[in-house]
Design a binder for this molecule. Structure first.
Ligand SMILES: Nc1ncnc2c1ncn2[C@@H]1O[C@H](COP(=O)(O)OS(=O)(=O)O)[C@@H](OP(=O)(O)O)[C@H]1O
Ligand SMILES: [Mg+2]
Length: 366
């Protein structure tokens, strides 16, 4: 682990750089003050590409990856720098991507100039190579930064939840995690649709191993310690899951919840904002069961998992094994990922295993 000033610095890095990038993108191409939601629709039309796996990637994903990698690379002066990040430059190097690359370059340079802390301007080639600093394979030894520059890109485009997720692996273990959630209410998810609640929008979760988890506003309000809920009766529990049915088996999670005795309907929000919300007790359970064949990526869970465990929760696969972040860019999980507090975990695991068994024995649809 680094010096004590590291955590606040990296939190600031996320808040000041990536959040600014996103606010900039949100207001890009518009001269009038219109809602973020509307502007996000404009991004959908102009600044979006489709990756080989058909998932979307936007100027925001690339811009965020450039800024975070650039700042980390400049600030982390001890030892070699290694980053495992979601995006790479391959698609941006195609002739057809010239316009989007130009846009990302303008966006990054304007954000850097506006911030003023770093006197640098990047060329297009500089942008491409900054993105590619994220190509590390990670693994069990040394230190690796793990970045999802925009987690929940579909949510970002829909005007829903998304997160900028950064974690640090040290000898295969997550030791630091920061989750910037620009669209999440600062205090509670129950204020999500309540404009009259007075809650601020935007929450920055952070956790350092052995030191607990905290939340603060993206503008830098004093950090508040957070902890998972203390519910021990599933009747009073609610559960978080992916918004997208393509990302998790909603039928299986429904069956798990029913077996456990959960009465509340699922709370479906995008991205690792789910882990942040769980860590501060907005709900009691997180369930994620991707469809067969999907391989989980480390950047989709590293920051969220440490925020939850440092808030007193437990995160495991469907068999109750801890997540192993030492295997490279992918997680080697058995079936799914679940998280809850220590009181509910034994009964949750039992319900998960029963529901999986039942599903595997059900006749397959024709
Ligand atoms: N088929 C499939 N199954 C499971 N997961 C997938 C799948 N495809 C993508 N992804 C990954 O899911 C990330 C988005 O997280 P969530 O599932 O929590 O978001 S959502 O609520 O469904 O929008 C999303 O993260 P981003 O790509 O950063 O948006 C992906 O890494
Ligand atoms: Mg992403």
């Amino acid at each position: 682990m680094g010096s004590m000033h590291e955590r606040p610095f990296y939190s600031i890095c996320i808040a000041n750089y990536t959040f600014k990038t996103i606010s900039y993108i949100n207001s890009y191409n518009t001269s009038s003050v219109i809602s973020v939601r509307t502007v996000q629709q404009e991004i959908l039309q102009s600044d979006i590409q489709s990756k080989a796996d058909k998932s979307p990637v936007t100027v925001a994903d690339y811009g965020s990856q450039v800024l975070v990698s650039l700042v980390l690379n400049m600030e982390v002066t001890s030892g070699s720098f290694s980053m495992v990040a979601e995006e790479d430059s391959e698609d941006l190097r195609k002739d057809s991507a010239e316009e989007i690359l130009e846009h990302i370059t303008d966006l990054v340079n304007e954000t850097l100039a506006e911030d003023g802390s770093y006197n640098i301007t990047l060329s297009k080639e500089g942008i491409l190579s900054a993105i590619d600093t994220g190509k590390s394979e990670g693994g069990p030894s040394g230190r690796h930064w793990v970045l999802d520059p925009i987690d929940g890109t579909k949510g970002f485009l829909r005007g829903g939840q998304y997160a900028i997720a950064l974690a640090l692996l040290d000898e295969g273990k997550v030791v630091l995690g920061v989750l910037g959630c620009p669209n999440l209410p600062l205090t509670s998810i129950s204020n999500l649709n309540g404009s009259s609640s007075g809650d601020q929008t935007g929450a920055l979760f952070s956790a350092t191993i052995g030191c607990g988890a905290e939340v603060e506003s993206l503008e830098g309000s004093p950090p508040q310690k957070i902890s998972v809920c203390t519910i021990d009766n599933p009747v009073n529990a609610s559960f978080f899951e992916s918004y997208e049915g393509a990302h998790t088996m909603h039928d299986l999670t429904g069956s798990i919840a029913e077996k456990l005795g959960v009465q509340a309907p699922p709370v479906r929000i995008d991205s690792q904002a789910k882990y942040g919300a769980l860590a501060r007790g907005d709900g009691a359970i997180y369930l994620r069961f991707p469809h067969k064949g999907y391989k989980e990526k480390v950047w989709d869970h590293a920051a969220g998992a440490i925020v939850v465990t440092e808030a007193g929760g437990v995160v495991t696969d469907a068999s109750g094994n801890d997540l192993d972040f030492s295997k490279g860019r992918f997680l080697d999980v058995d079936t799914g990922i679940i998280a809850t507090n220590k009181q509910l975990m034994p009964s949750l695991l039992k319900s998960v295993q029963e529901a999986i068994k039942e599903k595997s024995q059900a006749p397959s649809p024709l």
